[in-house]
Design a protein around this ligand. Structure first.
Ligand code: PYC
Length: 332
């Protein structure tokens, strides 16, 4: 029996995949995207695993569904799906989704040049430049980002004791700077980063609680952001973000860059309204900025922006059939 047919626009944001699913949406209950995300997770997570994991996806796969706005002034809502789960917010996913939706006529914002988006993590505004039917760039004003924990010590088999900070930028990021046996991403291969990140994530989550003060359904230090030196002299810093079980983000990671800017700003290492060019593991770049200072439940926070580009690579019609033993995907 055919369980679902999903038309998709596939592409990437600065190298990391984005699969924008344009049909087959489940009807979701709830007044906000945070509520709808909970409904999706409880009843429809099979759609995510089918579309993200092998044999229809792969370790890095990431995607999104467009929904009507939840707020009065919003243009659209986005539900993010990924190998690691249903992210509250995804920066590269938003840049790709806005680009593909505009280029394919799936979205007509009330104010040209600005898309007001309701995400599970809250309101995100996206400015963009459209030229001859192509979106040149998208700049997100992300949800507030803040430091959750500083100087957390974890003892990892291969690296010994590490001191890390944890910051939120739409997801919670464990930020690992060069120290001791960790020499930076430019000295470490991807398999090693993945293996060690899993140990760090387990150890951190055993020791500290990360819960969003305004949304208790957003919890857990799910991502590890390894820092290092950039290859390009134009970039200020580089990172490699680990997510899911085996992924290293090919883009500089929008929510990760937001978390990193919150951490650097809190230490006085980043100035207000100055570009922060962040390089990914493959050398692609986002332009980040601390747009403003703000607060979240009385905690110091920043309002970060992230600018990047996306390219669609094709369209895809994916079916999920109960007769397929791998209908809901698998991981090795
Ligand atoms: O760009 O925010 C991001 C992101 C999260 C996970 C992978 N990319």
């Amino acid at each position: 029996m055919n369980r679902g047919t999903f038309f998709c626009i596939d592409g990437h944001t600065c190298g990391n995949p984005v699969r924008l699913v344009t049909s087959g949406h489940p009807n979701l209950r709830g007044a906000t995207m945070a509520d709808k995300r909970q409904h999706f997770l409880s009843e429809f997570d099979w759609i995510r695993t089918a579309l993200m994991f092998e044999p229809r996806g792969h370790d890095m796969m990431s995607g999104a569904f467009l929904y009507p706005p939840c707020s009065d002034d919003g243009d659209i809502s986005i539900l993010f799906i990924e190998t690691s789960g249903c992210l509250p917010m995804c920066g590269h996913g938003t840049i790709g989704t806005v680009t593909f939706a505009l280029e394919h006529g799936l979205l007509t914002p009330k104010e040209p040049g600005l898309v007001k988006i309701d995400t599970p993590a809250g309101r995100v505004d996206a400015r963009y430049e459209l030229h001859q039917g192509k979106v040149k760039w998208v700049k997100l004003i992300n949800v507030p980002a803040f430091v959750a924990h500083t100087n957390v010590q974890v003892d990892i088999k291969e690296l010994g004791v590490l001191t890390v900070d944890i910051a939120y930028g739409g997801n919670f990021y464990i930020i690992v700077e060069p120290q001791g046996r960790y020499k930076g991403i430019e000295h470490t291969d991807a398999d090693t980063l993945i293996r060690q990140a899993r140990d760090i994530r387990d150890a951190v989550n055993e020791q500290v609680d990360c819960i969003h003060p305004q949304n208790p359904n957003v919890f857990g230090a799910t991502h590890v952001l390894w820092t290092g030196n950039p290859k390009s002299p134009k970039a200020h810093a580089a990172n490699a973000v680990f997510y899911g079980d085996k992924a290293i983000d090919r883009s500089p990671c929008g929510t990760g860059t937001s978390a990193r800017m919150a951490q650097l700003f809190s230490k006085g290492q980043l100035e207000l309204q100055k570009d922060f060019i962040h390089e990914s593991y493959i050398g692609s770049q986002f332009i980040g900025r601390v747009e403003a200072v703000t607060e979240v439940a009385g905690k110091a926070a920043i309002r970060p922006s992230i600018q990047g580009w996306a390219v669609s690579t094709g369209t895809n019609c994916i079916t999920v059939d109960d007769d397929d033993p791998y209908a809901f995907g698998f991981q090795v």
